[in-house]
Write a protein that binds this ligand. Sequence first.
Ligand code: IFM
Length: 465
Amino acid sequence: MTDQAFPVLPAGFRFGAATAAYQIEGAHDEDGRGPSVWDTFSHTPGRTLGGATGDTAADHYHRYREDVALLRDLGVDSYRFSISWPRLLPAGTGTPNPKGLDFYDRLIDELLAAGIEPLVTLYHWDLPQALEDRGGWRVRETAEAFAAYAALAAERYGDRVRRWITLNEPYCSAFVGHAEGRHAPGTREGRGALAAAHHLLVGHGLAVRALRASGDHEAGITLNLDRIHAASDRPEDLAALRRAETLHNDVWTGPLFAGRYPEHEAETWAGQADGPWRLPDDLQLIGTPLDFVGLNYYRPLCVAAAPHQVDDPAGRTAVDIGVAEADPYGTRHTTMGWPVVPSAFTELLRDLHDRHPRLPPVWITENGSAEADAVAPDGRVHDPDRIGYLADHLSAVADAIAAGVDVRGYYVWSLLDNFEWARGYEQRFGLIRVDYDTQTRIPKDSYRWYRDLITAHRARTEETR
Ligand code: IFM
């Protein structure tokens, strides 16, 4: 691919790659790490594809030096990874685990020595099981424990880490975990999921304050907001669109950026969202101004009105909002079954910018595709579909920037093939293939393409890392 074919991003734009602790680290019971909800969930028969667990994953805990060397050769400005809360605090609160603290010291030092900025996510879904046993995100104590954990991490690593993400995709923690039941803790609740959504946001607000109290930190949150289309202009489909936007987007953007709970929550949840878990000062806490917002984007959604699965609102899960998904896009799908629609990425960014005057600068903290990769006879992994996906989505980001959206950087999901949650190890998102039998790493063609894109960007903008 020639330089001309690369998407053109402005000077100062930063490139990175992302991972998450439970998806790559392994070493699930080593050096004092405590169990998380994902250990419990993945070890419960029938919960993950083929019974896959994160016990070993990509063995990053032992191979982090090799992985950082691959990041260095890739030429990224920044690496986004998450800290495992139960590795630092095996019981969620109380006495820290010295060996867990040491691991991230080593990782951060290795990154800095390679000239790579660490971007740390504090919570990428691995809640300490001990906290789940005491009510998990359904109770406010977990939000308070999260803030104490954030303070510990900031105290220990704050001399080397400047930018922090509190939560990754709280939508998944709250609703996929407590309403659909496809993720840990794997329950199908109504009010419990709504309480969890609220306490995640409270935990975020408390953690932002803890980070700021500990030093000159930049704090943000990563959301997987959706660009949602209605299947038709019929009033019932437009009402379904409003409910879906409430569930997927407004639950987060309302309190974070508009100082209010979602406008259409009463019609979405028949009054159940407004529960006793909301305290008078919470909106102010949650709305603490942020330095940036992280956005993860993969595919759009299209919705139509559908009957509720359960008649009684009190008996419904929080995702039973009378909506069915449609797929009118007529495009290629990744192996996740997701339609590839880059223009919806531009739409999402523009819409977010237009709707929220208080929106902080945006970082794309995840974007990428799972493809049917294979090792070719030449020993390489040729993944033109992933290259096409990344090129088109970076162009979509460039279009949004040209339209006035303040997007500062982009992280590919993911650096490595990894544990794709309930979908196990079949879905491969990595720029680098992982052979799970031998833990050999094979950089794919997309790795070389991304490296060349970063080099071309630097040459064009005359920037150095
Ligand atoms: O693997 C996940 C990641 O943990 C969160 N965002 C979406 C990715 C792909 O499903």
